[in-house]
Design a protein around this ligand. Sequence first.
Ligand SMILES: NC(=O)c1ccc[n+]([C@@H]2O[C@H](COP(=O)([O-])OP(=O)(O)OC[C@H]3O[C@@H](n4cnc5c(N)ncnc54)[C@H](OP(=O)(O)O)[C@@H]3O)[C@@H](O)[C@H]2O)c1
Length: 328
Amino acid sequence: MSDKAVVIEAPGGPEQLKLVDVEVGAPGPGEIRIRHAACGLNYIDVYHRNGAYPLPLPARLGMEGAGVVEAVGEGVTHLAPGDRAAYASQPPGAYATARVMPAKAVLKLPDAIAFETAAAMMLKGLTVQYLLRRTLPQGGLQAGDFILFHAAAGGVGLIACQWARALGLQLIATAGSAEKCQLALEHGATHAIDYRREDFAARVRDITGGRGVKVVYDSVGADTWEGSLNSLAPFGLMVSFGGASGPVPAFNVGTLAAKGSLYLTRPTLFTHIATRETTQAMGDDLFAMVGSGQVGIRIDKRYALADAAEAHRDLEARRLLGSAVLLP
Ligand SMILES: NC(=O)c1ccc[n+]([C@@H]2O[C@H](COP(=O)([O-])OP(=O)(O)OC[C@H]3O[C@@H](n4cnc5c(N)ncnc54)[C@H](OP(=O)(O)O)[C@@H]3O)[C@@H](O)[C@H]2O)c1
């Protein structure tokens, strides 16, 4: 049976996603070949598909997967054929039965973590790792501190709720329905706001006794930007890490002064996992959180690789709770 991969010939809607036959080939120096047991679905795949993050065309999609290493190229010492492995990584290409890719971002997977769980957690969990452990306000975060986390019932969001609970933080969740708010609370958020019905910045002021939060983690972008800035305490940190509702509008840096000497960062996971050593350290932290049961991975839906378009439609229509995977 030949190998298959999902490709796009041009940016556009979910109908652009086509499953085609591919030749996988042998790994070169510093590379491995991995046969996927499961592939992750992430919002960045939508930005790649619709051209918000342009890719050279034709392009493959998918940044997260888990499976078995089939072959390793020259110079690869941390992996061997037969190893269970998982990754979050550039370049795109995880929506495939098998692929060749750089070895440095691929980690050996602990036996206790199932392939589907791994495919649902690597990109999202490493993101939460760097957000809550490496993207901190002045003086850091201490137990009891308030943070605001948008889209808290999504893939990244539910992991963040649980990780924040483990750190003793008071995570104020926002989400787009009463059901999603309830789910965020069940996963460890201390408060939840339906931001499609309520003024979340006003609610945050109420919850924090007028002070505001130390950090806002905002992946929604256009729709939440203004309210997020208005939710911060003086010297607070605005972490803008995505734009599910559209990109953040151009703004005047003077706004940061007017709203209380705020800090702003626009991070990406791929800077954090640029080296093998850091990726391993962050991965070990994630594996420990999942292995100890402090963070559970909720897989809402499983799709056949051939149904990637349906998965994208569900993700963009805000129909998913937690993570979803594609099965080759
Ligand atoms: N910078 C980084 O390193 C990095 C890494 C990973 C992920 N991210 C970002 O983190 C976010 C979450 O990623 P994910 O893969 O876990 O996705 P997700 O949270 O499962 O899905 C996105 C969620 O965004 C919310 N949303 C708000 N406005 C929306 C709109 N107009 N259209 C669609 N969704 C909207 C929806 O939740 P509600 O219905 O509850 O509003 C939706 O479920 C994405 O923006 C992603 O790009 C960034």
